[in-house]
Design a protein around this ligand. Structure first.
Ligand SMILES: Nc1ncnc2c1ncn2[C@@H]1O[C@H](COP(=O)(O)OP(=O)(O)OP(=O)(O)O)[C@@H](O)[C@H]1O
Length: 571
């Protein structure tokens, strides 16, 4: 008894709980739906009374048929029991066939009733299951109609969805040019003007022109937000320039077919995007898709590439070793967005993917900036290896200037224009925007021995500046650099245009230099006098003594000033 009461209490508790939850959910759903659209809510709920009515009618019929069936089954059972219990009597009267027919008739009535019940159940199930589907279809149709007529508040959202579906891309995949001859990979950017569609009033590129010869490495550097990545975006055909054009091997890039262009021009971005597939499939992305996806046959773009070739590209990207160490090698899954790999590994696979297309132009947009020092040096080695091969044009954006120092050309982009271009050494000599960038980077660098040396170098530069300001331009400052994260002067060579020695013999010059204060005899490599319109002195110092070189030049300036003050004879 106690147990029974307990069960009743629990059941009642459960029922009240379910009832209240259902009630709250119905009320809030209705309120929410009414707040969005009244007519559609009525349509959506039209099925509820219909289902209730059908269920009530059906349960009445079902109950009646069930009662009749129950009775007929009892009748049939009675016939059977009677027959089975009195077998000898039936046999004695040879009444088997009669009794058999009696039972057949009785059970036939039961069968008919069960059939009827099954038919009703079929109709009931079909109608109650179909009705909500029909109502959904009506809601979608009616809702779509209301949305297209702008009569529904949520119409905005629906209209936006349709707009997105029907939106024509600003940059359609136009162009059908697929030249038969091999592309060379020369890029020309002519007077590019551009503003992003989202901010049409902000001019990002303002007449930018740039020549990127085939098989050369050209670096784009410059302060943040001045348009470097935008240039790459335009070269990648993500946007149309509002004026100006970009030519690949003399042909406007938009004339090339989509697939051809993106095979010739490949990119490694800052954040490598890998797909949840095997390493091999990631490397072959767009070149050889899997033939089946979820059992479905898909159209397959296939560019012949062997497993050996894939491994060669991975080797060039410095990725083969770590891939081979994985238990499944190239078939190893990389996980959602490549989560099962480190940043450096992902980036090296992205480089292998870019190389597998055998591109003629490779765009590297901050390809190493998101990596730690170890991964960066591995990726950097991969990039250096590719650059050394010299078989493709490389456009590289990097904030760390050590990454770009060996480029054939460095272009400083400021205010959407190329404000300076040239080789690393030439730009340093010029002391312009690039020099300032180097200086900023050094100032921001961590203190270390190398940075100290680099600061010495900068001191040397400013001493030379002072010299140039007071005594005219310095004919040449030959500086050889060893850029490894920071800047280190390895040899400083200074050619003074304003000679400050009496006499014109080498011996005399050397002795005079010897008299200069603070010249470290050991670090002074070479002194020579050159005769020309002016007698010039060329001095070279060892790397380690950039500081003493700077001091020497400062002192030299002081000596000249002293000589000038004394009215000394200076040529
Ligand atoms: N999709 C975009 N929509 C609107 N403005 C953008 C968009 N992308 C970039 N910009 C703006 O364009 C300008 C140039 O950006 P860009 O990315 O080309 O500079 P960047 O020189 O590459 O900078 P960083 O060195 O920091 O990468 C910036 O002012 C930036 O805010």
């Amino acid at each position: 008894m106690t147990q029974d009461c307990q069960q009743v209490v629990e059941q009642a508790y459960l029922n009240v709980n379910v009832f209240l939850r259902t009630l709250v959910s119905i009320i809030t759903t209705l309120a929410f739906m009414f707040s969005i659209t009244e007519p559609l809510t009525f349509v959506a709920f039209v099925s509820v009374p219909a289902v209730v009515a059908i269920s009530m009618k059906y349960s009445a019929i079902f109950r009646q048929i069930s009662e009749e069936a129950q009775k007929s089954l009892a009748d049939a059972n009675a016939v059977a029991n009677e027959g089975l219990g009195n077998m000898s009597t039936i046999r004695s009267f040879a009444a088997e066939s009669f009794e058999q027919q009696r039972f057949g008739i009785a059970i036939g009535v039961y069968r008919k009733l069960m059939k009827k019940r099954a038919m009703f159940y079929l109709v009931y199930l079909t109608s109650t299951m179909m009705l909500p589907q029909v109502v959904t279809a009506v809601v979608l149709f009616y809702g779509g109609k209301l949305a297209s007529e702008g009569q529904m508040e949520a119409a905005g959202a629906a209209v936006r969805v349709f707009e997105l579906c029907e939106r024509k891309p600003d940059c359609p995949l136009s162009g059908d040019l697929e030249p038969h001859q091999e592309q060379v990979g020369a890029l020309q950017l002519r007077d590019l003007h551009f503003a992003y569609p989202a901010r049409p009033d902000v001019k990002v590129l303002d007449g930018l022109s740039l020549d990127i010869p085939a098989s050369q490495v050209v670096a784009l550097v410059g302060p943040s937000g001045n348009g470097k990545s935008t240039v790459i975006g335009l070269v990648k055909r993500l946007y149309h320039a509002s004026a100006g054009e970009i030519l690949l091997d003399g042909v406007p890039i938009w004339q090339y077919s989509h697939t051809h262009f993106h095979r010739v021009v490949s990119i490694v971005g800052q954040e490598p995007v890998l797909f949840a597939r095997s390493i091999k499939e990631n490397i072959l992305l767009g070149m050889s898709n899997p033939k089946r996806v979820a059992g479905e046959e898909i159209s397959n773009v296939s560019i012949p590439i062997t497993d050996n070739e894939i491994q060669d590209f991975a080797r060039k990207a410095n990725a083969h070793d770590f891939i081979s160490q994985m238990s499944q090698g190239y078939d190893a899954e990389v996980g959602e967005r490549g989560v099962q790999l480190s940043g450096g590994q992902k980036q090296r696979i992205a480089i292998a993917r870019a190389l597998a297309r055998r591109p003629k132009v490779l765009l590297l947009d901050e390809a190493t900036s998101a990596l730690d020092a170890e991964s960066e040096s591995q990726v950097q080695r991969a990039i250096d290896g590719m650059i050394k091969e010299g078989c493709m044009t490389v456009v590289i954006i990097a904030h760390r200037l050590s990454t770009v120092k060996n480029s054939h050309k460095i272009c400083v982009i400021k205010g959407g224009q190329v404000v300076e271009e040239g080789r690393h050494e030439d730009l340093l000599k010029r002391g312009g925007s690039y020099f300032q960038l180097v200086q900023c980077q050094l100032n921001a660098a961590e203190p270390s021995d190398k940075v100290d040396e680099a600061h010495d170098y900068l001191r040397l530069q400013s001493a030379l500046r002072v010299y140039a300001e007071r005594y005219g331009p310095i004919a040449e400052v030959g500086l050889h650099w060893n850029l490894d994260k920071t800047l280190v002067a390895s040899v400083a060579q200074v050619r003074f245009t304003r000679p400050f020695f009496k006499g014109d013999g080498e011996t005399s010059a050397a002795s005079q230099v010897g008299e200069l204060p603070n010249v470290h005899a050991n670090s002074l490599r070479d002194v020579s006098i050159e005769h020309g319109p002016h007698v010039q002195m060329v001095c070279s110092w060892d790397a380690e003594d950039a500081q003493s070189v700077a001091e020497t030049i400062s002192k030299t300036i002081a000596s000249i000033e002293a000589l000038d003050r004394q009215g000394g004879e200076v040529h």
